[in-house]
Design a protein. Structure first.
Length: 467
């Protein structure tokens, strides 16, 4: 049986109740020295002590014994691959020892490294744009990304609520839109009205709470009409669940909270339209054929991709993916991640990623093997997606999405079946130019902040930045 260590959680529990180790020992019926050993992770907790914790403190053993060590260790290893730590990286046994005996220190290191990356990226972006002001604050988008990242891109409470959405009724994809309108009216007294683009200028969906009405623009295609209706239902019906998640999110600014609420409601809508177990089963059976999944569940390609990143339920996990969406200028417009792949907040995606090339081949899957500076390798597939627009004279707002997973999962991905992982076909990439250490990259647009050596005036490399 696996040993369970609860040191930091036990210490926090004792401090929350303003108790000494001796006082807690008396409540639990154990010795003070045993409490001390438990808090230092020098002893594993026994089942009788777990039961005593539940009886006397009302603590669910699943909460206090929750094992997030794997994800924390992965985050720590990824952070220490930063070129900043070259020449002095701890080995795996050292990292495991730090995680066991100094978990708060590990969290502090991770927090500091995330702050370093965000500050470096934002300062450089602001300097390049000639901007001044409070550039060290985390953007709302970064706050949302960090919230999803901390939760493993999976929210069990929203999954449970989504499974109860239809109250046990079987609703086919063909009937979903009509049934949704009926449900909104019967449960919430909301009417749904489809209106011409001219009557809803520059807007795709509007919820009028006073008139108890949801207006949908004719510019929305069928999958997005359905998605918007479930989104509105989620905002209203799951308000308490969303409030609970936001209260625990650590986000304090109003803009960040509103952005997070929208994304959590999107998560709920995706969970309703693509139920966890059926979607996971179909994803595995089709080897993550996103077009097939989109057709099977009546959603868009992008929605199917995004849903695939959330299949991280304990005991029923899918392939861990990262999701990246960019515009034609290379700006990252959406990102979600359940892998060790680091997605930059600013500066765009690496130009060597074929997600940029997919704009030349609209609607076609573009596969690619890539390698990060820390030698970790990923399989990435990209495709363009078209977004609805209410503006008649607007340019097309075609975007591109990329999905990636570690190479050990490549056998589960159908898009990789005709490819072989060889050195000749692996593309070296970075996070973005400002923090990528690949000095000889012929696509480099900026000198990296981690490269401090002077330029060799007697030599011209692949770029003007190469010494």
């Amino acid at each position: 049986m696996l040993k369970t260590f609860i040191g930091p959680r036990l210490r926090r529990l004792r401090q929350e109740h303003d108790q000494t180790q001796a006082q807690m020992a008396k409540v639990l019926g154990i010795s003070t020295s045993y409490v001390n050993l438990l808090e230092k992770n020098e002893r594993s907790v026994s089942v009788p002590v777990m039961l005593k914790l539940f009886e006397n403190y009302g603590v669910d053993w699943r909460d206090i014994a929750e094992d997030d060590d794997t994800s924390v260790l992965a985050d720590l290893r990824a952070a220490l691959q930063d070129p900043l730590f070259d020449g002095g990286r701890p080995d795996l046994p050292q990292l495991r020892a730090a995680q066991t005996h100094s978990p708060d220190l590990v969290q502090s290191v991770l927090k500091l490294h995330r702050a370093y990356l965000a500050a470096t990226d934002q300062l450089l972006a602001a300097a390049a744009a000639g901007e001044a002001g409070p550039v060290l604050t985390t953007s709302p988008e970064a706050s949302v990304h960090n919230l999803f990242r901390r939760n493993g891109n999976h929210f069990g409470a929203l999954e449970t609520a989504a499974e109860a959405f239809w109250d046990g009724a079987r609703v086919t994809v063909d009937d979903t839109y009509a049934k949704l309108k009926e449900r909104l009216y019967e449960s919430l007294g909301l009417r749904v009205r489809l209106v011409p683009v001219a009557d809803l200028p520059n807007t795709l969906r509007e919820y009028d709470a006073a008139r108890r009405e949801v207006l949908l623009s004719e510019a929305l295609d069928h999958p997005n009409r359905v998605f918007q209706l479930v989104h509105v239902a989620g905002l209203i019906e799951q308000r308490a669940a969303l409030d609970t998640l936001l209260d625990a999110s650590g986000i304090t600014d109003d803009l960040g909270l509103s952005r997070a609420r929208v994304e959590l409601a999107n998560y709920f809508a995706a969970a309703v339209l693509m139920p966890y177990r059926p979607f996971l089963a179909e994803a595995k059976a089709s080897k993550y054929d996103m077009d097939h999944l989109a057709t099977r569940f009546g959603v868009s390609f992008e929605q199917a991709c995004h849903r695939a990143t959330t299949l991280q339920r304990s005991g029923a996990k899918g392939v861990p993916f990262f999701f990246l969406r960019i515009d034609k200028a290379g700006n990252v417009t959406k990102r979600f991640n359940s892998t060790d792949f680091h997605l930059a907040e600013h500066g765009g995606a690496c130009p060597r990623l074929e997600v940029h090339t997919s704009f030349r081949q609209p609607g076609r899957i573009v596969p690619q093997f890539v390698e990060m500076p820390d030698a970790s390798q990923f399989f990435v597939f990209s495709r363009t997606v078209d977004r609805p627009t209410p503006a008649r004279h607007a340019q097309d707002i075609r975007l591109a999405v990329a999905m990636g997973c570690a190479v050990e999962h490549v056998g589960a991905i159908g898009y990789a079946e005709d490819l072989s992982l060889t050195d000749a076909r692996v593309t070296p990439i970075g996070i973005n130019c400002r923090i990528c250490p690949r000095m000889n990259c012929d696509q480099r647009a900026h000198r990296a902040v981690v490269l401090s050596g002077p330029v060799d005036t007697n030599r011209r490399g692949a770029t003007r930045y190469e010494t």
